[in-house]
Design a binder for this molecule. Structure first.
Ligand code: NAD
Length: 362
């Protein structure tokens, strides 16, 4: 029986990296019955909403989705489909492995970090008040009355919300992940020295949950120090658990450490639904050029295969990708150390991965 999986090609570079990934998945021998859905501007034009109910229904029914990136208008326009999807389906854990594959263009060696990002609250709660609105004026008055602090009239407000419930849940997820994957250390990052009432809750919850996992080393670190230490010595980190916006930023930092966004896969998980998508966005300037690296999308697909219990196919696909990175020939521009060497196209990378898979016998 083929696996029924919701497929969201997204936009920008999404459709081309999804196409490449579908092809390599077919070459693993695992069969899929793709339930393709549209979101973002295309859905806005067709259904009058960027995240139609039929997409959520499809994911709820299939419980697994493979998703390309989706563009979010900057500053104005509809809210992020990516954030709305995670919140609507309560995909509270964002899992982003950042591992160096030999041959990847990086200054570092032996990095194998897993980022666990809280995915539902903090500055992404979507509670915002536009500059000049009645609500902004009310909030400004409340702030003045309760803290004696004047906010400037031309201010807009984005509210940071952190709950103990979501903090405990994500830290528990990080420890359970560490235990199941034989990881040795969990680091919780925060800014509780300044943000006492929000990050303070996250830190207290993290320390408390850590007591239940005596077999795994725990440490906490302020987010600025974490960034400095990641730049100097990323090898000291194993699993890092972070509130939502720090998780977003540190994911890109770690992607940079391992050789770029083209190599950084991810998954958004609830207790019974999984949506697999790379860390990177829709890179609109490269859309339709058959140029970008499909490997982050393909590696997200290996995470999906593992989630489905197809461990052998996942290992084969990851090995094929890693062999191609090591050889350095059939790789896209972002993995070329010498810019004068010709780079492979997105579809040529897919062909090279398929050839490797066939060479492995499936
Ligand atoms: P981005 O990740 O799309 O791209 C930034 C740069 O990284 C690109 O210009 C390119 O140089 C490089 N890059 C990204 N993916 C690559 C790949 N596969 N191969 C090679 N190089 C790659 O970030 P951005 O430009 O800030 O965002 C573009 C749009 O994507 C925005 O609308 C943003 O909101 C959206 N976005 C979506 C998601 C998602 O769908 N989950 C995630 C992040 C950003």
């Amino acid at each position: 029986m083929p696996y029924k999986v919701t497929l969201i090609p997204g936009d920008g570079i999404g459709p081309e990296i999804i196409e490449a990934t579908k092809k390599v998945l077919a070459a693993t021998g695992i069969e899929f019955d793709w339930d393709e859905r549209i979101v973002g501007q295309k859905a806005q034009d067709k259904f009058g909403t960027p995240l139609p109910d039929n997409v959520l229904e499809s994911i709820k029914k299939n419980r697994v989705a493979l998703k390309g990136p989706v563009t979010t208008p900057m500053g104005t326009g509809f809210r992020s489909v990516n954030v709305a999807l995670r919140q609507s389906l309560d995909l509270y854990a964002c899992l982003r492995p950042c591992k160096i594959y030999p041959g990847a263009p990086t200054l570092y060696k032996n990095v194998d970090i897993v980022i666990v990002r809280e995915n539902t609250e903090d500055l992404y709660s979507g509670i915002e008040f536009a500059r000049g609105s009645k609500e902004a004026a009310k909030l400004s008055k409340l702030i003045k009355d309760s803290t004696k602090t004047e906010t400037r009239e031309d201010s807009g407000y984005s509210i940071k919300v952190i709950s103990e419930t979501a903090s405990r849940r994500i830290v528990k997820f990080a420890f359970e992940y560490a235990r199941a994957n034989k990881r040795k250390k969990v680091t919780a990052a925060h800014k509780a020295n300044i943000l006492k009432f929000s990050d303070g809750i996250f830190l207290t919850a993290a320390r408390d949950v850590a007591r239940e996992y005596q077999d795994i080393h725990f440490e906490d670190v302020v987010i600025d120090a974490l960034c400095m230490r990641l730049a100097r010595n990323p090898q000291q980190y194993d699993v890092i658990v972070l509130p939502n916006p720090y998780g977003d930023i540190v994911s890109d930092l770690c992607a940079g450490i391992i050789g770029g966004l083209g190599l950084a896969p991810g998954a958004n998980l609830s207790d019974n639904i999984a949506v697999f998508e790379p860390t990177h966005g829709s890179a609109p300037k490269y859309a339709g050029l058959n140029k970008v690296n499909p490997m982050a999308m393909m590696l997200s697909a290996t995470m999906m295969l593992r989630h489905l219990g197809e461990t052998k196919a996942a290992n084969n696909l990851e090995k094929a990708i890693s062999d191609i990175i090591a050889e350095g020939k059939s790789v896209t521009y972002d993995l070329k150390t010498d810019p004068n060497q010709p780079a492979a196209t997105t579809s040529e990378v897919a062909e090279a991965v398929i050839k490797k898979l066939k060479g492995q016998g499936g």
